[in-house]
Design a binder for this molecule. Structure first.
Ligand SMILES: NC(=O)c1ccc[n+]([C@@H]2O[C@H](COP(=O)([O-])OP(=O)(O)OC[C@H]3O[C@@H](n4cnc5c(N)ncnc54)[C@H](O)[C@@H]3O)[C@@H](O)[C@H]2O)c1
Length: 416
């Protein structure tokens, strides 16, 4: 077994964190029990690029339990928890990741996963799949993608006829979008914002850029904490939805005048640019919840600044010419995972997302040969199964449709 991690002696601390996560991921525990009986991934090599932290470790160990050999790299150079990486190596997972790895090492680690010749892959953001394609696909049968940005990239590859194997867009399943993107990112982003800066949210003017699944959750939870929330959108339907949800909807230019905290969640490029940075007030805090560190134009921020220093861990002060100070969290990378003290999504959320991943991978193990290269939906029965398991384990009972109701819904004759 090969691996590259910071320090194997950190393993006991990592093991404790993984055990804590495992205790709080009951849906995946059910799947793990089933996997250890039926071994659906026996003989398969799974290569993954995910945030290397405790919840991911529970997924990796579930796949091992299902019979897979697992290789794991990070999907962000800052989100790896070194103690978890060490613990996973001790459990027999080939991990190639450490916190703070350089851009070069980040890609070298993806290539190490590829060198282990995976049959199936799990990606988060599309870097592993894109790297694989630059090497010809390398015999991969299929894959799963965890996030919106990754699915966007896959669709671009598909549209150009360049995607060489089937990939299940786990991100796009209703369960994932609703619970992970919306509720999970909201809680973890605000948690990170508060713990990195120790600032109060209540009473603050918070500007959320993007009102998709992620932005919607952040805006509503920030309001729940007492913030006065402005939403910035480019899509007219989503802008209208935000307005009807009771948010102030303005252009970014308008919002810059008095915004105190800016959170980007668009999955797009340079949404906060030089002209916005110039207009912001002294002391404004900037952070990003989108997948890549491209939503805030960091080059412009550097260009406008005459001095920068780290005032707290993961909180950088940029002093602009003229004396105004702007604060950037976690280097503009996704703040809920990239800060040293960021914890990522709640365990209960990743229990659902990773249950979808495990079951989608099981589906691919049996069906990849029959699927065309391209982006595929999560089979609806998998989505339903994860939601039903979660309800059952939470002691929540569903109402059952009566036969009469089923008949009524199937028919078209009965009107007023
Ligand atoms: N931080 C995390 O843990 C986490 C979790 C899930 C998803 N993500 C990432 O968050 C990003 C958003 O995901 P999503 O599922 O909400 O996507 P989405 O497509 O549902 O929403 C994005 C929204 O941003 C809007 N938008 C695009 N450009 C804009 C601009 N210049 N100004 C204002 N609004 C703009 C779009 O109209 C859309 O409504 C993606 O990069 C995704 O990968 C991060």
């Amino acid at each position: 077994m090969r691996y590259r991690v910071r320090n194997l002696r950190l393993a006991p601390r990592g093991r404790a964190a993984v055990e804590w996560a495992r205790e709080h991921m009951p849906v995946l525990a059910e799947i793990r029990r089933e996997f250890s009986r039926s071994r659906p991934l026996r003989g398969l090599r799974v290569g993954a690029a995910l945030h290397v932290e405790a919840k991911t470790a529970v997924l990796a160990l579930t796949l091992k339990e299902g019979g897979a050999e697992v290789s794991l790299a990070g999907c962000n150079p800052l989100s790896t928890k070194d103690e978890v990486a060490a613990a996973l190596v001790k459990e027999g997972v080939s991990v190639y990741a450490w916190r703070g790895e350089s851009q070069r090492d980040y890609y070298a680690n993806l290539r190490r996963v590829i060198a282990d010749r995976p049959d199936l892959v799990i990606d988060d953001g599309g870097d592993l799949v894109s790297e694989l394609h630059s090497r010809g696909g390398m015999g991969v049968k299929g894959g799963c993608e965890e996030t919106t940005t990754g699915v966007n990239r896959l669709r671009a590859m598909e549209a150009r006829g360049e995607l060489r194997f089937p990939v299940i867009a786990v991100n796009d399943s209703p369960t994932k979008r609703l619970f992970d993107n919306r509720f999970g990112t909201a809680e973890s982003t605000l948690q990170a914002l508060m713990s990195l800066t120790n600032t109060q949210i209540g009473g603050k003017r918070v500007v959320v850029v993007g009102y998709g699944h992620v932005g919607r959750g952040i805006a509503s939870r920030a309001r729940g904490l007492g913030a006065v929330v402005t939403v910035v959108e480019t899509d007219p339907v989503r802008a209208l939805e935000a307005a009807m949800d009771g948010f102030l909807v303005r252009s970014l230019e308008e919002a810059c005048e008095d915004g105190e905290i800016f959170i980007t969640a668009t999955g797009s490029f340079h949404v906060i640019r030089e002209e916005h940075l110039r207009e912001m007030r002294d002391g404004a805090i900037l952070c990003n919840a989108g997948h890549f560190n491209v939503e805030i134009d960091l080059e412009a921020l550097r260009r406008l600044s005459e001095r920068r220093r780290e005032v707290l861990e993961d909180v950088e002060e940029f002093r602009l010419k003229g004396g105004k100070r702007l604060y950037l969290l976690a280097g503009g990378r996704l703040v809920n995972l990239a800060g040293r003290r960021s914890l990522g999504h709640p365990m209960e959320i990743m229990d659902l997302s990773f249950s979808l991943q495990a079951l989608s991978l099981q589906y691919l193990a049996g069906n990849a040969d029959r699927l065309k290269p391209g982006v595929h939906e999560v089979p609806p029965e998998i989505d339903r199964r994860v939601a039903e398991l979660k309800l059952k384990l939470s002691g929540i009972r569903l109402e059952r449709q009566t036969e009469e109701q089923r008949e009524y819904l199937r028919s078209w004759r009965m009107g007023t």
